[in-house]
Design a protein around this ligand. Structure first.
Ligand code: PLP
Length: 404
């Protein structure tokens, strides 16, 4: 008789986006005339840029001819893409990462959820609070988090590192020693970034205690501040303590096209075993390669034409950031993020809870956002708005919030 993985049963329901959906639907049913604008979920709205579309069309044509047809792609990605990433994302930024340390995947969600598999089951994880939920949930599924306390909304065996306005949304080094540290900068949901100096402290700490940092840099393309690193490998010593995860979702609009990559330097080694070999083994066993067509599309991201068009596209969302930030500040709200990341993290007014503010915004402004408490207890009394809407909707949404 089979038995289920009981660790899955420990997971509390994923209420955040389903509750948002339910509340929005109920409101629309009760007010069919209301034009509800969503600045809630982190999905892009702008189409793929022409350079990428051209590359996709050409790759589809390749697939139509026997001499240029491609079947299974290499498990770890085509060498031409890995070389291009190594040059553009790393060498050009002064980081030493070789193409064979780059593993192409179908996106950062899979990689950030799967990476925990190569670590021992008794590893202790540390996460920021609030946090992108995948890091914790994937470790719960693996039986690594102990028991959940619904009152504190915390797992017994997880080290939580609160990120609030008082610490600039960058965590203090934890008192208990973790084995695996998840960091995400620029951050979802707080929109905060981390300076090279602060990140270097984490790198030094991880090297000192023998921990590994899983660094999620999915929003790297939004960085504009000069002292904010685009990669953790800009920090000295990171090759021996950090794995970096990247995505094409938000820099190139691939949320529906799907592509990402993970960097595992060969310097990461424990007891003579390289994490690189374990991740290569895992990837080769459980992943059959990202589509040729999509990897070709990713090549266009690095072409001169693609770079120019994507700079404009990211600029479009960054303009939305400014529209939201300026309007909220003008109305007297306390706002954070929105400079190096496409997320605006605002303090709810009058000590309202995140959900109270959600209801008020929906009822009074017909705008949907995301309650900060859905990302962890330290997100209570905060609220997330995204810059991924259209410019017109964003303008209209903030006009309504200002009127409210
Ligand atoms: N990491 C973070 C922090 C995210 O916010 C997201 C998406 O919202 C992802 C990873 C997922 O990226 P992908 O679309 O590449 O799976």
């Amino acid at each position: 008789m089979y038995r289920v993985n009981e660790d899955y049963l420990k997971l509390p329901g994923s209420y955040l986006f389903s509750t948002i959906g339910k509340k929005s639907r109920a409101f629309k049913e009760a007010h069919p005339e209301a034009d509800v604008i969503s600045l809630g979920i982190g999905d892009v709205t702008q189409p793929l840029v022409p350079a990428i579309i051209k590359a996709l069309h050409a790759a589809v044509d390749d697939m139509s001819r026997a001499e240029t047809f491609h079947g299974y792609s290499p498990d770890l990605g085509y060498s031409w893409l890995r070389e291009t990433i190594a040059k553009n994302d790393y060498e050009d930024r002064g980081c030493s990462i070789s193409p064979d340390e780059i593993f192409i995947s179908d996106g950062a969600k899979s990689d950030s959820g799967n990476i925990q598999e190569i670590f021992s089951r008794d590893s202790r994880i540390a996460v920021c609070d609030p946090v992108y939920p995948v890091y914790v949930d994937s470790n719960v599924m693996a039986g690594r988090c102990g028991t959940y306390d619904p009152k504190t909304e915390r797992w017994s065996d997880v080290i939580y590192m609160p990120c609030v306005a008082e610490n600039n949304f960058t965590p203090e080094l934890p008192k208990e020693e973790p084995d695996i540290i998840y960091l995400c900068y620029p951050n979802n949901p707080t929109g905060a970034s981390i300076t090279k100096e602060r990140l270097s402290e984490w790198v030094d700490y991880a090297n000192r205690i023998g921990a590994v940092i899983i660094y999620d840099a999915a929003y790297e393309a939004y960085i504009s501040a000069p002292d904010v690193p685009h990669s953790i490998y800009e920090c000295e010593g990171a090759r021996s303590c950090a794995i970096e995860i990247r995505s094409f979702s938000k820099n190139a609009g691939f949320t529906g096209t799907r592509l990402g990559f993970t960097v595992v330097p060969k310097d990461l080694e424990r007891g003579g075993v390289k994490l690189h070999s374990l991740w290569a083994r895992r990837h080769g066993t459980k992943f059959n390669g990202a589509p040729y067509i999509v990897q070709k599309a990713a090549m266009a991201v690095y072409s001169e034409e693609g770079k120019k068009e994507l700079k404009e596209q990211v600029g479009y969302y960054k303009r939305n950031c400014r529209v939201i930030m300026d309007a909220l500040k003008e109305s007297g709200y306390e706002v954070y993020g929105g400079v190096d990341a496409p997320y605006i993290w605002m303090k709810t007014p009058d000590q309202m809870t995140s959900w109270e503010f959600f209801d008020r915004l929906l009822e009074k402004a017909h705008v949907v956002g995301t309650p900060g408490s859905g990302f962890g207890p330290s997100g209570e009394h905060y609220f997330r708005l995204t810059a991924f809407g259209t410019y017109e909707n964003t303008k209209e949404a903030v006009r309504r919030i200002q009127r409210m």
